[in-house]
Design a binder for this molecule. Structure first.
Ligand code: ZN
Ligand code: ZN
Length: 106
């Protein structure tokens, strides 16, 4: 929790020019949210990528893998380069029964 250095009140989140900041009712604005905004943005990017993958459910090979959700033994399997080329590919599975999608835990 953050307090206003001017009047001592609790700062509340406020949006100023599309930017989330901590502000006080007296008019004081603490603009220290840049770091946490960056973390949120990175997380969103990962989620978007994951959504795109889930929509491409056409003709993946079926592999033997146990679905963590419904315990089905077959899942579509594919690999995807997630970030930079020097990182290993991430292995994805999609349950043929319940459509649950998960990453190979590494
Ligand atoms: Zn204040
Ligand atoms: Zn399943």
């Amino acid at each position: 929790m953050q307090f206003c250095p001017k009047c001592g009140s609790i700062l509340r989140p406020k949006v100023v020019r599309d930017k989330k900041v901590m502000a006080c009712t007296c008019g004081y604005v603490a603009d220290k949210s840049a770091a946490s905004n960056a973390v949120t943005f990175k997380k969103n990017v990962d989620e978007v990528k994951f959504d795109v993958i889930e929509k491409e459910e056409s003709a993946y090979p079926i592999a033997e893998a146990e679905c963590p959700k419904c315990k089905n033994k077959e899942a579509y399997s594919w690999t995807q380069q997630m970030r930079a080329g020097d990182e290993p590919e991430t292995h994805f599975f999609k349950c043929t029964k319940c459509q649950h999608t998960w990453r190979d835990g590494r």
